[in-house]
Ligand binder design. Structure first.
Ligand SMILES: [Zn+2]
Length: 119
């Protein structure tokens, strides 16, 4: 017995081709727009954390580099799990939030550096 399939959006029973997912263009377009909206919201909320992290690093830097207690950064809302990319330089791992990065100098402190993408 063939299983009755339903429209992904409105739940109406589908007729016709067995690979059909939506009852009409309106349902397909609305569904795809909802997915896209969720994607954009997810990206936006992660970007907010990354931008805030970058701002905290930027405000904690003096001249070209600075050593700061990680607990002070966290106290200002820095989220260690969020960074845009990682670089290995002179056996040290640098975690970047866009163009500003840091590396651990010991368990409690990080050295913050400003770097441009080409470097
Ligand atoms: Zn539908």
């Amino acid at each position: 017995m063939e299983e009755k399939r339903k429209c992904f959006l409105c739940g109406e029973y589908l007729k016709g081709r067995s690979d059909k997912k939506f009852c009409n263009d309106h349902c397909r377009n609305t569904y795809n727009n909802l997915l896209k909206t969720n994607d954009e919201e997810n990206i936006r909320s992660i970007n907010q954390v990354l931008r805030k992290n970058r701002q905290i690093l930027k405000e904690s830097i003096f001249q070209d580099s600075s050593i700061v207690d990680i607990i002070l950064l966290k106290g200002r809302g820095f989220v260690v799990e969020f960074h845009t990319h990682i670089r290995l330089l002179d056996t040290k791992t640098y975690f970047y939030c866009y163009d500003i990065g840091y590396t651990f100098v010991n368990a409690e402190a990080v050295k913050i550096v400003i770097s441009h993408p080409k470097n």
